[in-house]
Design a protein around this ligand. Structure first.
Ligand SMILES: Cc1cc2nc3c(=O)[nH]c(=O)nc-3n(C[C@H](O)[C@H](O)[C@H](O)COP(=O)(O)OP(=O)(O)OC[C@H]3O[C@@H](n4cnc5c(N)ncnc54)[C@H](O)[C@@H]3O)c2cc1C
Length: 600
């Protein structure tokens, strides 16, 4: 392959060169922490030259102070463990918005057997496409590995790396709502849309689109996830995806800085191949996206929560309950009105945390009534508690509404001088500064529901090892036809259209920071839980051959990942990657083409 075998650079050689230059350099601090040049395959005559002190200085001048050395907010915990400042730093790391404001912090702090999060030694706080172009040119000329951080939510640790120059897009957070957006080069009627810049978080997009414009944009559930980065570039599912499809499916246009430093505006009329690849082909792979335009949708009127649990009193009763659920689900719940999760636990419990849209409460409960009647008809075997509540959809991202009516559901950013509406859902606390023991997932084909007895046996056996969540909204069989039609134009694995649900088995803890005294992972616990997740998910994998998986929320060690994430689209994606990034400048773990650069 073109970018597999041409380079003779080795990391050790370039580390030595960087070290030698650093020793001579007046900019010792900068170079001392400089990322090592990586073995970018380049033509023999144009081998990258590691940057000199002078090169760094020129870059710093051109960027007008936007180049800086990165430190970790946890450094104080290593230098003065137990001090008030160290304790404050650990507290800060529980705030997702704080994490995003730190170029040296990421949401996932590590993963047993995979990685410990580590900072990129230097970063460029990009303010616009010109800054990014400068960075790309510099990295290309000097053979530096580039990493992009928007919010740092990536589960696989791909938004920082100890051997990289970081492009941090946090300052690029403009949001513009359009009544009628016309993609460049297109002679079509305008479409209601929103344009988000690279560092925008979903809460900021929702504020503009829903709170201020009365429309809906398909984003993620977690308010602090990025709207323009890995979420949408990797497909992106939200609670309402059975109704509106993926984030990628709503993409109308993107501006992207490619590996050769060109700024391209791509859409279905211009560079349609790159546009297709950006709609689900993964973040950090085809270029650096500076802005995206997403279509907006009519705002639903009502959103409701259907919550509670059903406790089975024996293993046999739990098997029957799962069987009943498997038979009930396809025709009743697997449709555009429903989203979110059902959890299956080793304690023989089904935990329901579903949302419904545009159904009056009576209709929502009516949908479940036959299932609940069956449960109630067997009081010796089951106990249940179900609550239902609904609110106007227009208030879904309105902090005042939640503070007044359901304050326990949200966490307002506790820091002073923060944007007034900044909050996160309390349920997301467990994903902030999270250390992974086991995290495996899988689409569940609709076909598997045709044999509820067998599916129940599979789910029951899997739940003996560890609990898992069954997501209605992260699979597209049963989705609205117009959403499916949009998503078929993206590069998401076509298996998603045959899948009625997606399951996630996860074991993790928060506030675990490798290398920080008192916050080290407990290796024995980690390995035991990782083994349980593996055992549980192998039961599900065996029952779902070829089912595929959602790339953004998958195991670090996902087997056969190209097929699992992109299925029959992979060869075309790889060809597009080689066309727009022939030297593999943008490459991260399990990204398209990474196998050619030993990044996988
Ligand atoms: C708490 C939490 C909640 C989540 N909720 C959901 C959810 O509801 N639905 C869902 O589908 N997923 C969800 N995810 C997964 C999420 O989609 C991925 O983690 C996604 O990659 C995050 O993208 P980001 O830009 O916010 O994060 P980052 O870590 O900043 O970036 C992720 C990847 O994209 C690259 N990237 C970032 N910006 C750019 C850019 N401008 N151009 C090119 N590449 C870029 C990065 O280099 C990295 O490889 C969640 C994750 C977490 C941690």
């Amino acid at each position: 392959m073109a970018y597999h075998d041409e380079s003779k650079w080795t990391r050790r050689t370039t580390m030595k060169l960087v070290g030698a230059v650093a020793a001579l350099s007046p900019l010792g601090w900068l170079l001392g922490a400089a990322p090592a040049a990586m073995p970018w395959p380049t033509s023999a005559t144009l081998r990258p030259r590691p940057p000199s002190a002078n090169d760094w200085q020129k870059l710093e001048e051109a960027l007008q102070g936007q180049l800086f050395k990165v430190s970790s907010p946890l450094d104080i915990c290593r230098s003065a463990p137990g001090s008030p400042a160290a304790k404050a730093a650990i507290e800060d790391m529980k705030n997702p918005f704080f994490l995003e404001e730190q170029p040296g912090a990421t949401h996932t702090t590590g993963w047993i057997g995979a990685f410990d999060a580590a900072v990129s030694p230097q970063a460029i706080a990009a303010e616009n496409a010109d800054d990014i172009t400068l960075a790309v040119d510099f990295a290309s000329k000097h053979g530096l590995k580039l990493v992009i951080k928007g919010t740092g939510h990536d589960y696989l640790g791909r938004s920082s790396a100890p051997d990289s120059l970081l492009i941090w897009t946090h300052k690029m957070r403009d949001v513009e709502v359009h009544d009628a957006f016309v993609p460049e080069g297109g002679a079509i009627d305008g479409i209601p849309a929103v344009t988000v810049s690279a560092g925008t978080r979903w809460l900021e997009a929702y504020d503009a689109v829903t709170n201020h414009s009365g429309r809906y944009v398909q984003g993620g559930g977690c308010t602090s996830v990025g709207a323009c980065g890995g979420f949408t570039l990797g497909s992106g599912f939200g609670a309402l995806s059975k109704r509106f499809g993926t984030g990628a499916g709503s993409m109308l246009e993107a501006e992207v800085v490619t590996a050769n430093g060109e700024v391209l505006v791509v859409n279905k009329f211009q560079h349609p191949d790159l546009f297709w690849a950006l709609r689900g082909g993964g973040g950090g792979t085809f270029g650096i996206v500076t802005r995206l335009t997403l279509m907006t949708h009519e705002l639903p009127e009502i959103v409701g929560g259907f919550m509670g649990h059903i406790q089975a009193k024996s293993d046999a009763a739990f098997r029957r309950l799962i069987e009943r659920f498997a038979a009930f689900y396809p025709d009743n719940i697997n449709n555009p009105s429903w989203g979110e999760t059902v959890k299956f636990t080793p304690e023989n419990r089904l935990e329901l945390a579903l949302i419904f849209i545009d159904l009056p409460e009576e209709e929502a409960i009516g949908t479940w009534q036959p299932f609940l009647d069956w449960v109630d008809a067997h009081p010796a075997e089951y106990e249940r508690e179900i609550k239902i509540v609904s609110v106007p959809f227009k208030d879904y991202w309105n902090i005042d509404f939640w503070l007044e009516n359901y304050p326990a559901l949200i966490q307002k950013d506790p820091r002073v001088r923060q944007p007034r509406g900044q909050f996160w859902w309390k349920t997301n606390d467990s994903a902030v500064s999270e250390y992974m023991y086991g995290y495996q997932s899988r689409w569940i084909p609709l076909e598997n529901f045709r044999d509820p007895v067998r599916l129940a046996e599979t789910f029951f056996e899997a739940s003996r090892h560890w609990s898992f969540k069954f997501y209605i909204n992260k699979a597209l069989a049963g989705a609205a036809p117009e959403a499916v039609e949009r998503d078929r134009r993206t590069c998401i694995n076509p298996s998603v259209f045959d899948a009625a649900a997606w399951v996630l088995m996860q074991a993790s803890d928060t506030s675990i920071f490798p290398g920080v005294p008192g916050h080290e992972p407990d290796r024995l616990k980690a390995e035991e839980l990782a083994a349980r997740v593996s055992a549980g998910m192998s039961v599900i994998r065996e029952a779902t051959p070829g089912a595929g998986n959602y790339a953004n929320e998958a195991d670090y060690h996902e087997p056969d990942w190209q097929e699992a994430f992109w299925g029959s689209h992979y060869p075309r994606l790889l060809a597009i990657k080689q066309r727009y990034d022939p030297t593999g400048m943008f490459s991260t773990h399990h990204s398209v083409g990474s196998e050619l650069r030993n990044e996988s």
